[in-house]
Design a protein around this ligand. Structure first.
Ligand code: C2E
Ligand code: CA
Ligand code: CA
Length: 500
């Protein structure tokens, strides 16, 4: 025991950069004791010895990953719980939009923020609970076993962990707001009594939470497991679903910040699955993309959107425009302008009433000539082009000009807390000033509160979209919503826009 401690201390002493401090002392001692020959031998062999020590130190270092560490800890917890009557749980939290935030604040800042997360989370946990960063933006929490650990406590603790992550973060002159989803599984609900099973179940709950939107908490249930399994079946079903009309457009209104009038609706894809209910795009877009079916989705969404315009024209009236989202793969289809022209003719809709939303990455340097040609053909036809998620990428002013963009859709990350946060206001003001100089319209997306709504319109953002106005609705519900909205608008005093 004493010998092994001595070896360990030796290894520690001679393996770090600090070990170089001993070299002069060792060589001097060698000279005193053994003369010149010893001096030369020591001078030559000391660095070699240290190199060997460093290698052995590295080899002895822990090489397990945080994911393996989390699984091992959870396995010990499962063993502790079995038979003892004590309980525990595993929580997994994922921070939203890390890629966007990295583009905005830089990798070094994001790394600093994410590295700080465990200590923030620890402030709401007990000393013997443990946190593992199992992926870039993902943290697993292993609770030490206790007598009471039930669903209610799981939900409360999830909320506290989210609160710790979401508390404003000061970064130089800026305040940053993060959002996190949380999935958790109680040991009593774990499909198997192993750490891996508990962690998988918490991750399955997290996947469901993410699908429901930012800030959601989900506890693992048996039904989730079967839904997870059946997710692999989605790939087989999606083509048929597109053909059978199960993939439909839901519509989210966009309103003028000046008058409050409805200026359009954005069509968002929803899969109304006969057994699993309504699935959001995050559940099936990747599968559609992998199956090469994005052009088919674009066709479905275009038809649904134009059909909706026809329906509104014949019923409620006064919906000037409809927007559809086109991804890079869809925009790279050389037949796209023709297909859109034929559809517009078929539904007898003028091109000026169709807005195409494209993401910033589509206009990044190096985009294909086909995409450029398609966008300019669509714009010449009269279609309008919105630059979606604006501010999260690196669009150049030249690209905005070259691609005849009509409107900048300011990303939700700039809109969150807009009414309370001066830095957010400065960012939005900068975007609005640029838009004004370039003669572009603007729309704030993801406007969730009345405060954000009035601030965006005060700053001069021309259009507003978000839950504060309405969530996306199926076509059948839009008529009733519009009637109620217009009745309310007629009674409400208008929020004035900034003038001058
Ligand atoms: P996006 O184009 O940025 O669409 C806005 C997303 O934000 C929608 O999510 C919408 O439901 C959600 N949202 C709207 N208002 C608020 C708000 O106030 N707060 C919050 N937190 N969220 C809000 P959704 O429908 O889940 O769509 C997600 C993404 O999927 C879309 O983001 C778009 O990129 C893609 N997508 C949807 N439909 C289509 C489609 O037909 N084709 C293609 N290529 N992509 C689509
Ligand atoms: Ca969009
Ligand atoms: Ca967007």
């Amino acid at each position: 025991m004493a010998l092994s401690s001595l070896i360990r201390v030796n290894r520690q002493l001679f393996s770090g950069p600090h070990a170089t401090a001993f070299v002069p002392a060792i060589t001097l001692a060698a000279f005193w004791l053994g003369g010149e020959v010893a001096l030369i031998t020591a001078a030559l062999s000391a660095p070699l010895m240290m190199l060997l020590a460093m290698q052995s130190h590295k080899a002895g270092k822990d090489t397990t990953t945080p994911l393996q560490d989390a699984t091992a800890r959870l396995t010990r917890i499962q063993t502790d719980c079995t038979g003892s009557g004590r309980k525990s749980a595993c929580f997994v939290l994922a921070i939203d939009g890390v890629e966007h935030l990295t583009n905005r604040y830089g990798a070094a800042s994001m790394d600093r923020i994410l590295s700080d997360m465990p200590s923030r989370m620890m402030s709401v946990l007990r000393g013997d609970d443990q946190i593992f960063r199992i992926a870039d933006n993902r943290f697993a929490v292993a609770l030490s076993p206790s007598a009471r650990c039930d669903l209610e406590m799981g939900i409360t603790l999830s909320g506290r962990l989210q609160g710790a992550i979401e508390a404003p973060y000061k970064l130089d002159e800026t305040t940053l707001y993060l959002n996190a989803c949380c999935g958790f599984c109680l040991t009593s609900k774990s499909p198997e009594a192993t750490g891996a099973s508990l962690l998988d179940a918490a991750q399955a709950a997290l996947a469901e939470a993410i699908a429901q939107g930012s800030g959601t908490i989900r506890a693992f249930t048996e039904a989730m497991k079967s839904r997870q399994l059946s997710r692999s079946r989605i790939a087989d079903e999606v083509e048929l679903a597109l053909e059978q009309g199960q993939v439909r457009a839901w519509f989210q209104p966009q309103v003028s910040s000046d008058t409050g009038a409805i200026t359009g609706f954005e069509a968002l894809a929803r899969w109304e699955h006969p057994e699993r209910g309504m699935l959001p795009p995050s559940d099936f877009l990747p599968v559609i993309e992998q199956a090469g079916l994005l052009p088919r989705l674009a066709e479905v969404m275009l038809h649904e959107a134009l059909h909706a315009l026809n329906t509104w024209d014949n019923t409620t009236g006064d919906v000037p425009k409809v927007s559809i989202n086109l991804s890079q793969a869809e925009l790279a289809d050389p037949n796209l302008p023709d297909r859109i022209r034929w559809s517009l003719e078929r539904f007898d809709v003028p091109a000026e009433r169709l807005v195409i939303e494209i993401l910033e990455n589509v206009v990044a340097p190096g985009i294909s000539d086909v995409v450029t040609r398609n966008l300019s053909a669509l714009s010449q036809m009269g279609c309008l082009i919105d630059l979606d998620d604006f501010g999260t990428g690196q669009t150049s002013i030249t690209a905005i000009r070259r691609l005849a963009i009509n409107r900048l859709k300011i990303d939700r990350s700039f809109i969150t807390h807009l009414n309370e946060d001066k830095e957010q206001q400065r960012m939005v003001e900068a975007i609005l000033t640029m838009a004004e100089r370039l003669n572009l319209e603007t729309i704030a997306e993801g406007v969730e509160t009345v405060g954000e709504y009035s601030q965006a319109s005060l700053l001069g953002c021309t259009h507003i979209q978000g839950y504060a106005v309405s969530r996306p609705l199926p076509l059948e519900k839009t008529g009733e919503w519009m009637a109620q909205y217009r009745a309310k608008l007629a009674k409400t005093p208008q929020i004035g826009r900034k003038t001058g």
